[in-house]
Design a protein around this ligand. Structure first.
Ligand code: S3P
Length: 429
């Protein structure tokens, strides 16, 4: 499916972006391991979290949904999962395959995990190595690097592990295996990545200590069930923050967004660029900081240099940050972001190639980009690489380009944000 985007005259109104994807995955997985009934409200009904929901059903967890879209999970305890009858298809979802690898390493049965073409090209050695050190019997294609992954659960022991790269998925896989291990599990990251796993497990009664970038987990006897209202996804809100900033005559209120500081590096950067953004109505909800974001058109943006410790806390916002950079005065440099090459697509290459087609001055670096601006973008035919965040970022670029922009393979927004184009249209009426 392709989507045609026309230059927008304004964006006005309030939106409720979709629920947080990272928290939706974790809520389903962790509730499945709890003892008792958990209730999940405001779940993200999109392809990625559905891969997790179907995986847990394949592991014989009883999961009910009601007409309001709520989910009830009848957790039967840490050792209640059952051998799946078939290969588990994780679709496009890195979070599903990596976090599940951690859980399944501690189960007394065989599981095989695979996914779509993109997922089958994403590196898995980063989870296989530490899980093996914990005693897991785990292997994968291409010399243990690409899915399918085969896991024969075994007795695990806790380890003290230092990650080479900041990754919430790898950190979480190790901590989840640690739930089933004998002894303490410790993980240290080079920089802080999103901490939803730590927050949620703590809320379920697990003894987790956090000091700087080191997390220590003591294996619990049980996980307590919960009742959660998942806040909305900052990474989805980011497309509207960017769009309201660059489209003239705009003012958008984005409601109920998770503002966990391990997710909002993009907010700091766009403020530094001079964007008019305010966060209001801050409060705590289900163990996370939540608030509303108000953004207005900003006529002149300044360039910035983005590198180092902030990269992991804005990693998913890179595609849309590139679009903003094309409208900033001067040279925006983004570095230390080599991880982007192994996301749902090679996001450095994707954004450099497609924004160039639209007339941007963007140079690809091994670990980031240099963007010189401001440039007037022109409507073009661009490709999403079947990557949801690339499709949405290019659509935002289309809103300020002269003429029509056609985004090819735009249906991939269903991975995290099925209502994206509907919401965009609503703000233009
Ligand atoms: C995620 C972690 C990040 C992020 C991904 C979701 C998570 O990946 O890019 O979209 O839910 O833990 P890495 O752990 O590979 O950095």
């Amino acid at each position: 499916m392709e989507r045609v985007i026309e230059k927008a005259k304004f964006l006005k109104g309030r939106i409720n972006p979709p629920a947080d994807k990272s928290i939706s995955h974790r809520a389903i997985m962790f509730a499945s391991l709890a003892k008792g009934i958990s209730r999940i409200r405001n779940f993200l009904w999109a392809k990625d979290p559905l891969s997790t929901l179907n995986a847990m059903r394949a592991l014989k967890v009883e999961i009910e949904t009601n007409f309001e879209g709520e989910i009830l999970i009848h957790g039967k305890g840490l050792n209640s999962l059952k051998e799946p009858e078939d290969v588990i298809d994780c679709g496009n979802s890195g979070t599903t395959i990596r976090l599940l690898s951690g859980i399944l390493s501690g189960q007394p049965f065989l599981s095989i995990l695979t996914g779509d073409e993109s997922l089958r090209g994403r590196p898995m050695r980063r989870v296989i190595n530490p899980l093996r050190m914990m005693g897991a019997d785990i292997m994968a294609r291409a010399d243990d690097n690409f899915p399918p992954i085969a896991i024969k659960g075994s007795k695990l022991r806790g380890i003290d592990y230092k990650l080479d790269i900041a990754s919430a998925q790898v950190k979480s896989a190790i901590l989840l295996a640690g739930l089933f291990a004998e002894g303490v599990t410790t993980v240290t990251e080079p920089q802080k990545s999103r901490d939803h796993t730590e927050r949620m497990l703590k809320g379920m009664g697990v003894d987790i200590q956090i000091k700087d970038n080191t997390i220590t987990l003591n294996p619990p006897e049980r996980l307590n069930p919960f009742d959660i209202h998942i806040p909305n996804d900052f990474s989805s809100a980011a497309f509207f923050i960017a769009a309201a900033t660059v489209v003239p005559n705009s003012e958008v209120l984005i409601e109920n967004v998770c503002l966990n500081p391990t997710r909002t590096g993009f907010l700091r950067v766009v403020k530094e660029m001079g964007a008019q953004i305010e966060t209001v109505n801050l409060h705590e909800q289900s163990g996370e900081v939540v608030g509303d974001i108000i953004c207005k058109t900003t006529s002149s943006l300044k360039s910035v240099t983005v590198k180092g410790d902030i990269i992991p806390v804005l990693i998913d916002e890179f595609p849309v940050l590139c679009v903003l950079a094309t409208q900033a005065e001067g040279q925006t440099i983004i570095r230390d972001a080599k991880e982007l090459r192994v996301k749902e697509s090679d996001r450095i290459k994707a954004m450099a190639t497609e924004l160039k087609k639209m007339g941007a001055d963007i140079e690809e670096l091994e670990d980031g980009v240099i963007v010189r601006g401001p440039t007037k973008l022109k409507g073009s035919e661009v490709y999403s690489y079947k990557d949801h965040r690339v499709a949405m970022a290019l659509s935002v670029a289309g809103l300020i380009a002269e003429g029509s922009t056609t985004v090819q393979d735009a249906h991939c927004v269903d991975i995290s944000f099925p209502e994206f184009y509907n919401l965009l249209q609503r703000l233009q009426r």
